[in-house]
Design a protein around this ligand. Structure first.
Ligand code: NAD
Length: 312
């Protein structure tokens, strides 16, 4: 996108004031707190009343039921099946978008931060009848290293249309990408509106933004599956996995991971499935990695059983 267009758009737009963070779980709560700390008028919405009450009581995130006057919707809801964390499901997102479409004022910004399958953002834009700016800014938040990999870290953003992307960038404040030095100086000197101060890396289509996130996690899946594979190889051949791994990892461009209890959590397996289901032609290496993880889980289960038997 041309820098001049971005700057002109910034001059034209009114400021963002009232922000609604939807889904106040592991990701959404820190996001809401961050947005609040940046001086915005922040509200929260969560389908779980206990989660909402906690956010209100402990963190001052005010509850909002009607979406009428909201300037920006930041969506951080779960995108897996209720009783199966590794199966993707966006039904909740669909219902939410319908509520936004019915209640919110046209022209506002809707940002999906949750992880979603390829093609989801554009579908949401259709449900919103092109009346809102819609971006996807998938999150990379990491609970165990919140200091360095928390809310304010470099992220990818894509918009359904150019004007969606411009509005999204203006809210998140990642204008360094694609701007000339003098434009950047203008931008940095322009204090007429607030933004989150999060560096964003913009891409040319919203589908590309969707893919970046699910492929990041598919890549992680592969790395862990390879560690599991190697571990089983070592056990079958009476080789110390730890010693082998330490020795290999002395090379500058190698980092063999440690296998643990199998590839779990509500992100990596689900996002890998989102990627596999994003195309008719499936990644063969990922399908093999899923098989490895299944074998590894069985192997671990057998090992635990054997140990328990010995101890009895
Ligand atoms: N947790 C992470 O480390 C992390 C990192 C990056 C991306 N993500 C992605 O962010 C999204 C949220 O993950 P999370 O870890 O915060 O999940 P979570 O389960 O901790 O929180 C999700 C919250 O959304 C609420 N919710 C679900 N459906 C809703 C609806 N229709 N309307 C309103 N509220 C609803 C739930 O009650 C819950 O409080 C997922 O797509 C996940 O893949 C998570």
């Amino acid at each position: 996108m041309e820098a001049e267009n971005i700057i002109n758009h910034m001059k034209d737009e009114s400021s963002f004031e009232k922000i609604l963070v939807i889904g106040l779980g592991q990701l959404g709560l820190p996001v809401a707190k961050y947005v609040k700390d940046k001086g915005f008028d922040v509200y929260g919405y969560d389908s779980n009343p206990l989660v909402m009450d906690n956010a209100e009581r402990e963190h001052g995130i005010k509850k909002l039921e009607n979406f009428k006057d909201v300037d920006v919707f930041v969506i951080c809801i779960s995108t897996h099946k209720e009783n199966d964390v590794s199966t993707p499901q966006v039904d909740g997102l669909l219902a939410l978008i319908r509520k936004i479409s019915k209640e919110a004022t046209n022209g506002k910004l809707v940002s999906i931060e949750s992880t979603i399958p390829r093609g989801t953002t554009r579908k949401m834009f259709e449900i919103l009848e092109h009346r809102f700016h819609v971006v996807h800014a998938p999150h990379r938040w990491y609970a165990l290293e919140e200091e360095v990999h928390g809310v304010n870290q470099l992220r990818v953003i894509g918009g359904v249309c150019d004007c969606c992307l411009r509005t999204g960038i203006r809210f998140y404040d990642g204008v360094s990408h694609g701007l000339e030095k003098e434009d950047l100086e203008y931008y940095n000197g322009n204090k007429s509106y607030k933004s989150l101060g999060i560096p964003m890396y913009s891409v040319s289509s919203v589908e590309l933004a969707e893919l970046t996130k699910i492929i990041e996690n598919a890549d992680r899946y592969l790395q862990i599956a390879f560690a599991e594979d190697l571990y089983m190889f070592c056990k079958a051949n009476q080789i110390s996995f730890g010693e082998l791994r330490d020795a290999i990892n002395t090379k500058w461009n190698v980092n063999i991971l440690e296998p643990r209890d199998g590839i779990g959590g509500h992100c990596i397996p689900k996002d890998t499935r989102m990627f596999l289901e994003s195309s008719e032609i499936k990644s063969k290496i990922l399908i093999a990695a899923q098989e490895v993880d299944k074998d590894y889980r069985k192997y671990i289960e057998r090992m635990v059983k054997d140990i328990n038997q010995i101890n009895h």
